[in-house]
Design a protein around this ligand. Structure first.
Ligand SMILES: CC(C)(COP(=O)(O)OP(=O)(O)OC[C@H]1O[C@@H](n2cnc3c(N)ncnc32)[C@H](O)[C@@H]1OP(=O)(O)O)[C@@H](O)C(=O)NCCC(=O)NCCS
Length: 173
């Protein structure tokens, strides 16, 4: 399902390859250090590389990344979203997430519930996500929280987008 998607604003959006692992880790590290993201090793990044997306600049530099993880056929999380500080506020994040949503809508069974646990609530709302209660998700989505330094003091917000059954339009509340 490898797919390179059309350039938007001078950036290319595509699925990551194994060789991108170290550059992705470099991108995540400042935000792991700030406890905005859950710590990830290079091995974990490489394991999830097929479900990781990147944006590249014209100079072939990785400037943004986000991953998806499925908990069931109908429940999917967007995680580890970062845009390089130098490239923020240029719609790179928005385009990356929009491309991922289009890809999921085209290639995966619907209906599909896409969610994120995030501090960037307004960013997700701009794309069409709505704020929902964290309690509506099954416990298994919190498996990785045991690696988070915040744990019991988690202050992330859950946001979701519901993709309706195919041939119905995407519902963006
Ligand atoms: C959050 C983040 C991914 C946004 O990416 P970005 O490329 O800078 O955002 P975009 O330029 O695509 O912004 C899209 C829209 O969201 C808005 N937006 C982006 N970040 C925002 C924020 N923190 N608060 C409010 N609005 C925000 C933008 O103003 C823009 O609005 P517009 O469409 O009306 O112009 C990026 O700032 C980032 O990597 N932050 C650090 C890591 C992080 O917090 N990741 C999320 C953890 S889940």
């Amino acid at each position: 399902m490898k797919k390179k998607i059309k350039p938007e604003n001078d950036f290319l959006y595509m699925q990551a390859a194994l060789k991108d692992g170290n550059e992705i880790l470099e991108l995540l590290t400042p935000y792991i250090n700030q406890k905005i993201l859950i710590p990830r090793s290079i091995e974990q990044i490489e394991k999830g590389i097929k479900n990781t997306w990147i944006a590249k600049s014209r100079e072939n530099k990785i400037v943004a990344t986000a991953s998806i993880i499925f908990f069931s056929n109908n429940l999917c999380e967007i995680r580890a979203l970062v845009v390089d500080k130098k490239y923020q506020s240029k719609n790179v994040g928005k385009n990356l997430i929009t491309q991922i949503i289009s890809f999921l809508t085209e290639n995966y069974p619907t209906p599909l519930q896409i969610f994120a646990l995030t501090y960037a609530v307004e960013f997700f709302k701009k794309i069409g996500f709505t704020v929902v209660s964290k309690s509506k998700f099954p416990d298994k989505i919190y498996e990785d929280c045991k690696f988070c330094l915040k744990q019991e003091t988690c202050d992330e917000t859950a946001v979701e987008m519901l993709i309706k059954k195919k041939d119905e339009s995407v519902r963006r509340k």
